[in-house]
Design a protein around this ligand. Structure first.
Ligand code: SF4
Ligand code: SF4
Length: 269
């Protein structure tokens, strides 16, 4: 299945819709309107629209995804044929991440949304340590680069769970996708946090993001309701004031959980 973004009208509409959704989500987060019900509507609607509807419409071509954009740029760099549209798509996605944390991942990426949806099933949850998930993800990213440079091999293309949305899974992809989806029931976004190359690069970008959960220490009651509500562990890092924080998928659960007026918000510095 091809994975090089072709700038045709349909792929372009998906990029535009992603940006629009990220802007709306940022507005709702900043105005404390990203409630559990609103978030659920985004997760279900986004999975269906960005995953299966675009997957069906783009059955024989590319159904864009953030990691496909990144891999296309890496491949083009290795092959020495980088083009402006391919580069621009990735830059825009990373720019959105810089402005509003992982809002593209939280509300636009089809696989991220599907994992988020599955994680809502009422089963025991396991919060994995960030050093473990990020360490594995860094190694996976390095392996991707080495494969591209040394052998021109796009390792992820072989097992790509995104091909689920176009119903074109190979056997290795079936196995990986099944593992990711089952793991999603117990672990928050396992593909995003353990394996996704865009997840890794955007995690670096989000360390300097403009909008993110920010605590007003003058009114915070230190109840840690926000920390307990966070599915990724990022809020524990924000709360502790760490310089480096775990992935924040802009879900807004922390802000909804905080009942102290003005103590926590989706804010600029
Ligand atoms: S980190 Fe998750 S949501 Fe973000 S691009 Fe990767 S798969 Fe999609
Ligand atoms: S609950 Fe965690 S992942 Fe969600 S917005 Fe807050 S810090 Fe980010």
């Amino acid at each position: 299945m091809p994975h090089t973004p072709a700038m045709n009208p349909l792929t372009l509409t998906k990029f535009v819709a992603w940006i629009a959704v990220a802007i709306v989500a940022t507005y709702l987060l900043a105005h404390r309107k990203m409630t559990r019900r609103v978030r659920r509507a985004f997760v279900i609607g986004g999975t269906l629209l960005f995953g299966f509807v675009y997957g069906a419409l783009l059955r024989s071509g590319l159904n864009p995804s953030p990691p496909a954009s990144l891999r296309s740029v890496l491949k083009a760099i290795v092959q020495g044929n980088i083009t402006v549209p391919v580069f621009a798509m990735l830059v825009v996605l990373l720019l959105v991440t810089w402005i509003s944390n992982k809002s593209i991942c939280g509300y636009g990426c089809q696989l991220g949304l599907l994992q988020d949806w599955l994680h809502r099933v009422r089963l025991p949850k396991w919060q994995t340590p960030f050093w473990l998930s990020n360490g594995i993800r860094a190694l996976a990213f390095i392996a991707l680069i080495i494969g591209l440079v040394a052998a021109g091999l796009d390792r992820i293309g072989v097992v790509d769970p995104f091909s689920l949305f176009q119903f074109s899974l190979t056997l290795p992809a079936v196995l990986v996708t099944a593992a990711v989806l089952v793991a999603s029931l117990f672990v928050y976004r396992p593909w995003c946090r353990f394996l996704c190359p865009f997840g890794f690069v955007s995690w670096m970008v989000e360390q300097a993001s403009l909008y993110r959960p920010r605590i007003n220490r003058d009114v915070c009651k230190n109840c840690k309701a926000c920390v307990r509500a966070c599915p990724s562990g990022a809020m524990a890092d924000f709360y502790a004031g760490k310089r480096i924080h775990a992935d924040c998928f802009a879900c807004g659960a922390c802000i909804e959980a905080c009942k102290v007026k003005d103590a926590l918000g989706w804010r600029k510095p």
